[in-house]
Write a protein that binds this ligand. Structure first.
Ligand code: ARG
Length: 751
């Protein structure tokens, strides 16, 4: 019943105002919101073929990748492309897995990795792939029990038990993993029922000189020439159910897998993206945006920038360190450039002024009648004063956490391994013999468990690198963090070493029991209270945390108030524009975006074409710059024009652009044509529209996609892993004359 009434409402409102261009990360179960428009733009599938609860449909081929056994924290998206559970995603999404399997002798980051049989496919502990089984609007089970004016805490007290009950009722005795999340800042609640697969193996990855070609220089930029893909496979227990890794597991028999088109693309073609966008802030108010631009991002950029600098120095000097820190470096470098790009974009696109104008419009609307005033009158003033207050305290907190508590990895180790301290204390204080023996036994178990984890903890650790990080971060801490946030012990050390942070680092790393795996092992074999109580790394980690917890209490209380303000603001703006079809901000749930293949004008007199080619890779080649090295084999294939069925008119297409609306988490998402075929993998956004997570800019915002034909060319011609090609469902139709013409024009103008 409910579904139908919802549908009617939706049909009614979608006749009203439309969002500009192709903005929006839309909810799969509400496909009707955009279906007619998508059809007009070239979609040939039926709604049932895309999202169906009872039959297999396109959505069954989309999997969120996570390092959690629960369907949460999807860092990337992947898609099933064969009836044996083969998964495509981005190279930068598989990067951490590839890194973990790499050593100086077998450097899969540098050389690539290709399993030539299923036996050679490599398990990745902890990596999971979640597929959405169904979703439902559960707002009616939740919202009638709370009121708009309740505080977040009051609401949580009522909402949490209802959510727990709904989750239990829908998990089918643990077969499914159920998540219920607020959407539209808590003005709606949707339930997401997932199946989570826990045996996801690495199948193939190109060398970084293909998968990360252009490196951090080209990252977030167009024109791009990156083969940003990696291949995994989902395995299940022999009965098809999810299972932890076991040699007895078998490849997943999926409900659905995506066919692949070799027909290529042309400008204006319909394109649809499915995936798990992580977070956007499209309804952010001006005061929050100002807060971020002035007080939040700048300290992050500075602190991360310093850390990257130290890491890079060590990575460039030592191939072993280069592998060990590759994944963490890439992750932070990516965010770092994102923050910088976003600040730049917000300025260039005058986003603050636009937000201010919108906030004003809202205030006017609120002031128009007393009822609104009562409901929403305090919303913007509250948000404004909250951010004014936070802007006074946030910077020291960011510096304290990034350069202090999270500065050196050593402190994290000390924190974890020091967990035995509490127990050691209890043992010392316990007089009763029996009790004491019990606690001793518990201690044995605890240290045994920690010892078992040591190897993994220290596998990618390089002490000299971390020592330099400690020195640099501590120095910044002293420059940026006011004294009330200083751990007492840190000040003592600083005094002792007369603010010579290198000398201080030498002392801390020398003295600590946790700065090498061997030392940590020895400590756990014979754990002594005195040793840990005097361990400088342990002392620092404890005191940093205590100070931060103290100081952030206030901050957390304020953010509860803010959540309420944002919820009411969202409710208000939806009321203000009753004919507009809103989409909720991204929140790591499955969404679709629709648009088309299209280039753009980055600045006056400059037009970016929608597509790049392999000759562009050769043009960018620079053998003196590690980011722009071209593998020999790729050059040979290029010179022989040995592109197989993946090239067109003597050219190999590489990347292309669409107008789809995506964000972090969408990486690896399938880009799908009107016939439901895979035409590429989304992997990036563009520099000119880095403010996109806050404000979508139709003229500029593009999704950067690796052409699926480039992916197949690399698998087939470069790596020779033809067994994978044989698994795929490949569609190729007879070339149409108009496409050949269009391609000829492009090649003329580019060569
Ligand atoms: N900017 C991309 C994202 O956030 C990551 C691209 C990775 N490539 C690179 N060269 N770091 O998903």
């Amino acid at each position: 019943m409910k579904k139908i009434s919802y549908l009617l409402v939706v049909l009614f409102i979608s006749a009203g105002f439309r969002l500009q261009a192709h903005e929006g990360m839309w909810i799969p179960m509400l496909l009707q919101q955009n279906f007619a428009e998508m059809q007009r733009m070239g979609l040939k599938l039926t709604p049932e073929q895309i999202y169906s609860v009872n039959h297999s449909s396109l959505k069954d081929a989309i999997a969120g990748l996570s390092n959690s056994p629960h369907p949460q924290g999807f860092f990337c998206t992947s898609e099933i492309v064969s009836d044996q559970g083969l998964l495509f995603t981005n190279h930068h999404c598989g990067y951490e897995s590839v890194q973990k399997h790499s050593t100086v002798e077998h450097d899969y980051l540098k050389d690539g990795f290709w399993a030539m049989s299923k036996k050679e496919e490599l398990p990745n502990k902890g990596l999971t792939a979640s597929i959405l089984v169904r979703m439902a609007d559960v707002s009616d089970s939740i919202l009638p029990h709370v009121s708009d004016t309740m505080s977040q805490q009051e609401r949580a007290k009522i909402i949490n038990p209802i959510i727990a009950r709904l989750k239990k009722a829908n998990s089918e005795n643990g077969k499914y993993n159920v998540v219920i999340k607020p959407f539209f800042e808590g003005n709606k609640y949707y339930m997401l029922v997932y199946i989570v697969y826990r045996d996801v193996r690495l199948v193939g990855a190109p060398p970084s000189s293909i998968g990360k070609f252009g490196g951090d220089t080209d990252n977030w930029m167009w024109p791009r020439h990156t083969g940003d893909f990696t291949i995994f496979r989902i395995y299940t227990a022999p009965d098809g159910s999810p299972a932890d890794y076991s040699p007895k597991n078998v490849p997943l028999k999926p409900k659905y897998h995506l066919p692949i088109s070799l027909d290529g693309i042309k400008e204006g073609d319909f394109a649809m993206v499915w995936g798990f966008p992580g977070s956007t802030n499209r309804y952010m108010t001006a005061p929050e945006l100002e807060f971020r631009m002035e007080h939040y991002y700048p300290p992050l950029v500075e602190a991360f920038g310093k850390k990257l600098e130290v890491w890079k120095k060590h990575m460039d000097a030592n191939p072993d360190v280069k592998i060990k820190y590759a994944s963490n470096y890439a992750m932070i470098a990516n965010s770092w450039k994102y923050f910088i790009g976003q600040m730049r974009g917000v300025k260039k696109q005058h986003v603050i002024a636009k937000k201010k104008a919108f906030d004003e419009e809202f205030s006017k609307w609120v002031a128009e009648n007393p009822e609104r005033k009562a409901k929403y009158g305090e919303v913007l003033p509250d948000i404004t004063s909250a951010f004014q207050a936070e802007s006074k305290t946030i910077e020291p907190l960011i510096y304290a956490s990034i350069t202090g508590a999270q500065g050196a990895e050593l402190l994290g180790f000390a924190q974890k391994l020091g967990a035995v301290e509490g127990l050691l204390k209890q043992i010392k204080e316990t007089k009763d013999k029996e009790q004491k023996a019990k606690k001793m036994k518990r201690l044995k178990e605890m240290t045994a468990e920690l010892s078992g984890k040591l190897h993994k903890m220290y596998k990618d650790y390089d002490m000299p690198t971390d020592r330099d990080v400690f020195a640099a971060m501590t120095q910044m801490f002293f420059q940026k963090v006011p004294e009330n946030l200083h751990p007492e012990y840190l000040d003592k050390l600083a005094k002792k070493f007369k603010n010579n942070f290198n000398a201080m680092a030498d002392y801390v790393f020398e003295k600590s029991h946790f700065s090498t795996e061997a030392k940590a092992k020895a400590f756990l074999e014979n754990p002594e209270l005195k040793a840990i109580e005097k361990d400088p790394a342990y002392l620092l980690s404890q005191q940093y945390m205590a100070k931060l917890m103290d100081a952030s209490g206030q901050y957390r209380a304020a953010s509860g108030k803010l959540a309420k303000g944002k919820r009411l603001f969202m409710k208000g703006i939806m009321e203000m524009e009753p004919n507009k079809v809103f989409y909720p901000d991204a929140n790591s749930t499955l969404r679709y975006s629709y648009g088309k293949v299209e280039g753009y004008y980055p600045r006056d007199a400059v037009h970016y074409l929608f597509q790049t080619h392999l000759y562009g890779v050769m043009q960018k080649e620079d053998s003196t710059n590690p980011e722009f090295i071209v593998p020999k084999k790729l050059k040979e294939l290029y010179e022989k024009k040995d592109f197989g069925p993946y090239g067109q008119d003597g050219k190999q297409d590489v990347d292309f652009l669409t107008t789809n609306d995506i964000t972090g988490g969408n990486s690896g998402s399938p880009v799908i044509n009107g016939k439901g075929e895979l035409i590429g993998l989304a992997f990036d956004g563009n520099w000119e529209a880095m403010s996109g997570d806050i404000a979508y800019i139709p003229k500029l915002q593009r999704t950067i996609v690796v052409d699926i034909r480039y992916v197949l060319f690399i698998i087939d011609k470069y790596a020779g892993d033809t067994r994978l090609i044989d698994e795929l469902t490949i569609h190729k139709s007879v070339p149409q004359p108009n496409r050949v013409e269009a391609a000829a024009v492009t090649s003329e103008s580019q060569k």
